[in-house]
Design a protein around this ligand. Structure first.
Ligand SMILES: Cc1cc2nc3c(=O)[nH]c(=O)nc-3n(C[C@H](O)[C@H](O)[C@H](O)COP(=O)(O)OP(=O)(O)OC[C@H]3O[C@@H](n4cnc5c(N)ncnc54)[C@H](O)[C@@H]3O)c2cc1C
Length: 375
C-alpha cells in the first residue's frame, strides 16, 4: 500500500521504518526543512553539537525501545545531572536531595533517616492533594516548594502551582538520599555518539521510504494514499472545530564563551523570577564538542506561549481541572470516525511524551495496524 506519514520526528520515523520493513511504500512529509522533529541536532559555528529544540536526554527502562534505536547508530552511556542556581549564587543538586536540603537550610543532615524526619517537620499534610501546590507542600513543605518549583512553574507554564496538575511536578523526584542523577530510575541513559540527526538518517535509509521536506500537509494529498499516520496537531487538522489546544513554547537564546564554563553539570536551572528557566552548556554533553578550535556554545531557554513563537508547539498544557484534555478527547472521538487516518505522537495525541514513550507507542501502533491489515 502507498502510505503517508506526516512528521519526520520519532513518531513518524518509528511508523515509517516499521511499515517500510513490512513492504509498504511510505512517503514521509515534514513542514520543516529537516528530519528529526524536535530531537533534531546540528553542529554550530563553534563546532559544538546543539539540539535545536532544547537538550534531549534519552532515558528509559524499555529494553525493546533501546534495542530498536541501537540498530540505527552507536549510543554511549550518559547519566544526566542538573544543578539549580540559588539567589545567592550557590549551586545545589536538582532533583532535591540530601545535599540540596543541607545547602538550602544550612543543615548537616547525615543520612536518609535524618532527611525523612526533617521533611516530616516541613511537610503540610494533605490527605488527597488536588493540585501541584498541595502535592508538593505535603511532601516537602513551603520553603523548598516556593524555591525550586513555584518560580519555575510560573515561568514555564504561566500558571501558579495551584492551577497545575500534579503529574506535571511529580515527574521530578524528591530524594532523601545522595542520588543526584536526573533519571535515577532508568536503566538505560544513553546519548547517540553521532547525534540524533544521524540516527534519523539511518532510520529513514530504506528503499521503501521517501522523504519530502518543506512540505505542509493538506487534505488533498490523501487521495494518493491508502492510509495516513499523522503527527500534526489534531486541533489544526479539524480546523479548531472543538476549540484550541494550547501549548507552551520556548525561545532559545544562544551565547558563545571563549573558555569553557566551570560547571559540574551540562544544565543549570534558575530559581529566580527572571525570564529564563535553564541554560545548557552543550560541550559538557558527551560527543558534543566536535571541533577543538572554536568557542563554547550555551543556550538559555525562555518559555512563552506558542503563538509568540511562530506556532512552535512544545508542551501540551495540563491544568488541574484537565480542561484541555477534555477538548482533546472530543477530537479523539472525531478522529475515530476517520477510516484511513491515525493521529500519532506528541501533537497528534496532545500528550507530553518523552522520546522513548513516543517510540514505544509508535512501534506498537504500527505493528497493530499491520496485524489488522493481515486479518
Ligand atoms: C524543549 C524540549 C525538550 C525535550 N527534552 C526531552 C528529553 O530530554 N528527553 C526526552 O525523551 N524527550 C524530550 N522531549 C520530548 C521529545 O521532543 C518528543 O518526545 C519527541 O520529539 C516527540 O516526537 P514526535 O514525532 O511526536 O513529535 P515531533 O518531534 O515534534 O515531530 C513532529 C513533526 O511533525 C511535523 N509537522 C507538524 N505538523 C505538520 C504538518 N501540518 N505538515 C507537515 N509536517 C508537520 C513537525 O514539523 C515535526 O517535525 C523534549 C521536548 C522539548 C520540546
Amino acid at each position: 500500500m502507498n502510505l503517508l506519514v506526516v512528521g519526520a520526528g520519532f513518531a513518524g520515523a518509528s511508523y515509517a521504518r516499521t511499515l517500510a520493513e513490512a513492504g509498504h511504500k511510505v512517503t514521509v512529509i515534514d513542514s520543516r526543512s529537516h528530519i528529526g522533529g524536535n530531537a533534531y541536532d546540528e553542529i554550530d559555528q563553534n563546532g559544538n553539537r546543539v539540539h535545536r529544540y532544547g537538550p534531549h536526554l534519552f532515558h528509559t527502562n524499555n529494553e525493546e525501545v533501546v534495542k530498536w534505536v541501537r540498530q540505527f547508530g552507536e549510543w554511549t552511556q550518559y547519566e544526566h545531572r542538573v544543578e539549580a542556581l540559588l539567589k545567592d549564587g550557590r549551586l545545589a543538586p536538582l532533583p532535591v536531595n540530601r545535599t540540596t536540603i543541607n545547602t538550602v537550610f544550612g543543615e548537616a543532615l547525615a543520612n536518609e533517616q535524618e532527611v525523612d524526619k526533617f521533611l516530616q517537620h516541613l511537610a503540610i499534610p494533605c490527605d488527597s492533594p488536588g493540585n501541584a501546590a498541595e502535592y508538593l507542600y505535603s511532601k516537602i513543605g513551603s520553603t523548598l516548594t516556593d524555591l525550586f518549583f513555584r518560580p519555575y512553574t510560573k515561568k514555564m507554564w504561566l500558571m501558579d502551582l495551584e492551577q497545575v496538575d500534579i503529574s506535571v511536578v511529580s515527574r521530578v523526584q524528591i530524594r532523601h538520599d545522595d542520588e543526584d542523577r536526573y533519571f535515577p530510575n532508568d536503566k538505560f541513559q544513553i546519548m547517540p555518539v553521532k547525534g540524533y540527526t544521524s540516527v534519523f538518517e539511518n532510520i529513514f535509509d530504506h528503499d521503501n521510504i521517501k522523504i519530502i521536506l518543506n512540505q505542509q500537509f493538506n487534505k488533498s494529498m490523501l487521495i494518493d494514499y491508502g492510509h495516513c499516520f499523522n503527527s500534526m496537531p489534531i486541533d489544526v487538522y479539524f480546523d479548531f472545530e472543538m476549540g484550541e489546544l494550547p501549548y507552551r513554547s520556548i525561545k532559545f537564546h544562544h551565547r558563545s564563551l571563549v573558555t569553557a564554563a566551570d560547571w559540574n553539570s551540562s544544565v543549570i536551572n534558575f530559581t529566580d523570577d527572571g525570564k529564563f528557566t535553564r541554560e545548557t552548556a552543550w560541550y559538557l554533553l558527551p560527543h558534543h564538542r566536535e571541533s577543538r578550535s572554536a568557542g563554547y556554545s550555551h543556550t538559555l531557554e525562555e518559555p512563552c506561549d506558542y503563538k509568540d513563537n511562530a506556532f512552535e508547539r512544545y508542551y501540551p498544557v495540563k491544568t488541574a481541572d484537565m480542561r484541555f484534555q477534555k477538548i482533546y478527547k472530543k477530537y479523539a472521538e472525531l478522529a475515530e470516525k476517520l477510516p484511513n487516518m491515525n493521529f500519532i505522537g506528541r501533537c497528534g495525541t496532545y500528550q507530553y511524551l518523552d522520546m522513548h514513550q513516543v517510540i514505544n507507542q509508535s512501534l506498537i501502533g504500527a505493528k497493530k495496524w499491520l496485524s489488522n491489515q493481515a486479518q
